[in-house]
Design a protein around this ligand. Sequence first.
Ligand SMILES: Cc1ncc(COP(=O)(O)O)c(C=O)c1O
Length: 370
Amino acid sequence: MDIVPFVDLAAHHAPVRDRIQAAVADVLIHGKYILGPEVEAFEHGFAEMVGTKHAIGVGTGLDALRLAFEAAGVKAGDEVIVPGNTFIATALAVSAIGAVPVLADCDPVTYNIDVNLIRPLITSRTRAICPVHLYGQAADLDAVLAIAAEFGLKVIEDACQAHGAKYKGRGCGSVGDLGTFSFYPGKNLGAMGDGGMVTTNDDELAARVRRIRSYGELKKYHHVEKGINARLDTVQAAILNVKLPRLGWANDQRRRAARAYEQGLAGIAPVVVPKGPADELAHIYHLFVIRTPRRDDLQRFLNEKGIQTGIHYPIPIHKQPAYAELASTGSRLPVTTKIADEILSLPMFPELTDAQVARVCAAIAEFHRE
Ligand SMILES: Cc1ncc(COP(=O)(O)O)c(C=O)c1O
C-alpha cells in the first residue's frame, strides 16, 4: 500500500544530500569539533533569520529553555507561568532549576495559552511567563508583554515549534526577553540529532546564556557560576547551515498544504479544522492539528488506509506521573484536558503533495460518513 507518511525527512533532505555530506566532511577534516566555526556561522545566520542581535547555540530545546530561565534570573522556588497545553519540556526546564511550573489553560481556537487566564495565576513568587508558539502559530505576545510589564516579569518565548513564524511582522523568539528553539529532526528546521538555540537582543542575557552553556566559564578554566555543558554540536551546526536557507521555502510549502487541508476538510462534521490566523505569516504549520470526538477510531481507520498521524499531546502535563504534584490543577485546565482526547495531527511536511492531502481528506470524509 502507498503510505502517506506523517513526515518525510529523506524527501526533505534529498536535494541537499551532497551539500550536507560535504559540510560534515569539512568538520571531520578541520577537527574543531567543540564550538567550531560552523556553530558561530549558524548562530549568525539564525539570529538574522529571527531578527535578534544574539543567538546562542545549545544542546537541545530543553537546554535552551533552561538556560533562558536561568539567565532571566529564575531561581529555585520561583514560579513560571507556562501553558498546560504544550510539550512537557516547557515545564521540565522550569523544574530543572528547582522552580515551579504554573499551568495556564489554552484557548480553544488557537490552542495557545489563554492570555485572559494568566493574571489570576500571578503570585509574589512569579518571575516569568513562557508563552509557547504551539504547532507553529504565534501566541498573543502583546497581551503577555503587557501583563509582564505590569508585574515586572520576564517573558521567555518557547519557539521550539515556530522557526520563522512572525508575530506582527517580528520573528517569533525576538519579541520577549529571550526566545528558545529546538532543532529536533522533525522540526521545521531540524538537525540530524539534537540541537537548540537561545535568541535575545539583550547583551547581558546573551553573555549569561553563553557562560552557563559552557560550565559557567568566562574563559577556559575560569568559572564564575555553576553552569552546565549544553553546547550545540559542530556537526549539527554544519548540517543546519545547509538547511537554514531553505526554511522560508519549507514554511511556504507547509502553508500551501494547510490551505489544501482547509479546503478539503471544509464541511466534514464534526471535524474542527484549525482556523488559520488573519496574518498568514503568523503560522508555519509545524503541525496541522484537527479535532474530532472519535479521535482514536479515526486514527485507526487512517492507519489502515496507510495514512500516518500523530497526537500532540495525548497526555497533558497535569496528568503525567512525573507531575503528580500538579494533578489538582487539572480543574482549572478544562480545555487542555478535553482536547487531549480529540486532537489528531495530520501528515504535514513541505513535500506533502496536494494529491496526498486530497487522499487524507477523502479518508476523513469517508470515516465520518460511516
Ligand atoms: C514546545 C516545545 N518545547 C520544547 C521542546 C524541547 O525541545 P528538544 O526536544 O530539542 O529538547 C520541544 C520539542 O521537542 C517543543 O515542541
